[in-house]
Design a protein around this ligand. Structure first.
Ligand code: SUG
Length: 448
């Protein structure tokens, strides 16, 4: 049976803004308080989805969160009508209003961890929504994420959904941003690769000194258990704490894997040699031939990687077996990174082509091409069981573009978040979106 990797990209929400909310994420910190352009951000994301669809890749779309999150503000003690809740939060606790307006759900690599049916004990595709509990503004995403994923992958014969892990730092889980999967074919059993930043219960693992390590080993192990993965089909690796301290807040800022290939920076991991050997031997047991492409620090520094987002690229398999790398424009702007990429594609290896996308609006908050997508490997039968409303087609691209043009502002600054009119605009837009994507009622304002 045919199988595919389907990229579900997050649609940028109408309150996309630069709140400076993510300590440890260099771009979020350095662009804090700049005014944003939500319309441009959403159109840039849609242009990437359209381009991949036109190249023949399976492409889907994941709806944004309800923002401003009035219910979250109510839980923090703000009361009155919805407009009064926003007004009071703006007056008394602006950072909380900003957090309740974050468009961070667009980075759906963090939405969940997904295991394809070929890897799981009950042969269903398993999803665990990420608790994202390292940052308040992200910790409020998972209930809606779960409803949206449930509406997209509703068929219980093929899809199993798990609630987010306990919402404590010991089970900090950032979803697929710290997960990759190696396999020969998407429909065949593979090796799932879980990268963690620290251990919550075992102090033999070193931790970063400056910035938080968001993903714990214990969270990754819990997800692997929930999904029913075999020990022989899992490899755990620790991210190098020094690179977390240099702004590598997720593994997908320093490594990307696809098919039988891991593309990574020399400084990405601890105990790299034994990790590579384990990946090689476990993939060999399911018939695969593991290959790694290491980018040396002499060619590209960690700082270059963080600024250019070279590794936050999408590594895609083409029908002839070769691979294509989707990178952000910032890679072209960095001379060392661009020189490296030229040599990579001309070296006769598997990665033959690089395509560049303008994702500046997302990049300014620390989100590149790979952050914007959640990968779901599906066989033909499973793909047919997905809610067809969320699969990208030329007409859907047309409807979503018109929807963005109609509802989104082209400039948003912090003071605009207090505008009660913005709340109405967002709800009108999201209500229409659930109809376009045929999701039913998934937002708190639709169900409460
Ligand atoms: O969690 N930025 C996100 C970026 C997530 C990128 N995802 C992956 N690498 N997979 C984060 O740090 C910034 C929001 C603000 O500052 O307004 C933010 O949440």
């Amino acid at each position: 049976m045919k199988s595919y990797e389907v990229n579900f990209d997050g649609l940028v929400g109408p309150t996309h803004n630069y709140g400076g909310l993510s300590y440890g994420n260099v771009a979020s910190q350095s662009n804090s308080q700049q005014s944003s352009n939500p319309k441009e951000a959403a159109l840039q994301g849609l242009a990437k989805m359209k381009a991949l669809m036109e190249m023949g890749f399976q492409q889907g779309v994941l709806a944004p969160q309800e923002r401003p999150d009035v219910a979250a503000l109510r839980r923090l003690g703000f009361s009155g009508t919805d407009a009064q809740v926003i007004e009071r939060a703006a007056k008394e606790a602006m950072p909380l209003l900003v957090a309740s307006c974050s468009a961070s759900s667009m980075w759906v690599a963090n939405a969940a961890t997904v295991s394809p049916s070929a890897d799981t004990a009950d042969c269903r595709v398993h999803f665990t929504a990420a608790n994202l509990n390292c940052k308040y503004h992200r910790s409020i995403e998972h209930p809606t994420t779960s409803r949206v994923l449930g509406a997209m992958f509703a068929n219980q014969q093929h899809f199993a959904h798990h609630a987010a892990l306990p919402a404590v730092a010991q089970f900090g889980d950032e979803g697929a941003a710290n997960h990759a999967r190696f396999c020969r074919e998407y429909g065949e059993a593979g090796v799932e690769f879980f990268v963690f930043g620290r251990s919550a219960f075992d102090n033999r693992f070193p931790a970063p000194q400056k910035y938080p390590a968001r993903q714990t080993l214990e969270a990754s192990q819990a997800v692997a258990r929930l999904h029913g993965l075999r020990d022989e089909g899992v490899v755990y690796a620790q991210q190098n704490p020094n690179v977390i301290d240099q702004g590598v807040f997720h593994n997908d800022v320093i490594a990307v894997g696809n098919g039988e290939v891991l593309f990574y920076h020399e400084d990405a991991f601890l105990d790299t040699e034994s990790m590579l050997a384990e990946l090689q031997s476990k993939l060999a047991k399911v018939g695969g031939n593991f290959q790694s492409v290491c980018v040396p620090r002499s060619a590209v520094t960690v700082d270059d990687a963080v600024r250019s987002y070279l590794f936050n690229s999408q590594l895609l398999s083409r029908p002839d077996g070769s691979m294509l790398l989707i990178v952000p424009q910032e890679c072209q702007a960095n001379e060392r990174v661009w020189t490296y990429l030229q040599s990579l594609t001309s070296s006769g290896g598997l990665i033959r082509e690089v395509k560049v996308f303008d994702l500046k609006q997302s990049m300014q908050n620390g989100g590149g091409p790979a952050c914007l997508r959640l990968r779901v490997a599906l066989n033909e039968t499973e793909l047919a069981a997905v809610n067809p409303g969320v699969i990208m087609t030329p007409p859907l691209y047309g409807s979503l573009t018109a929807w963005v043009e109609k509802h989104y502002r082209d400039r948003l600054s912090e003071t605009d978040l207090a505008d009660p009119q913005l709340l109405l605009e967002c709800r009108t837009a999201l209500d229409e979106l659930t109809q376009i994507l045929k999701l039913g009622a998934v937002y708190p304002f639709q169900i409460n």
